[in-house]
Write a protein that binds this ligand. Structure first.
Ligand SMILES: [Zn+2]
Length: 84
């Protein structure tokens, strides 16, 4: 941030994301488990909201959106970002 004079950080996600879809299921994904853990944490944090969505595809889309929001929060918490 400071040395490279970064002014903007873009966090993006996309609908129909295979990673998010995998995180919605509890099956063992082998080497992907650690990567999926972040998404599963987002799912757990927002379990009540997600479980209230009856349509499975709408629930999937909402997890995509919540994940982008949570990743923005993670960036905001980084001390270098806060200083900048
Ligand atoms: Zn994806």
């Amino acid at each position: 941030m400071e040395h490279l004079k970064v002014k903007h950080i873009i966090v993006c996600g996309h609908y129909e994301c295979g990673g998010v879809k995998a995180a919605l299921h509890t099956s063992d994904m082998g080497q992907l488990n650690s990567w999926l853990q972040t998404l599963r944490d987002v799912r757990r944090l927002h379990r009540e909201e997600l479980e209230a969505i009856e349509d499975e595809h709408a629930r999937f889309d909402r997890l995509v959106e919540l994940n982008v929001r949570e990743q923005c929060m993670n960036i905001i918490k980084i001390d270098h970002v806060q200083r900048a």
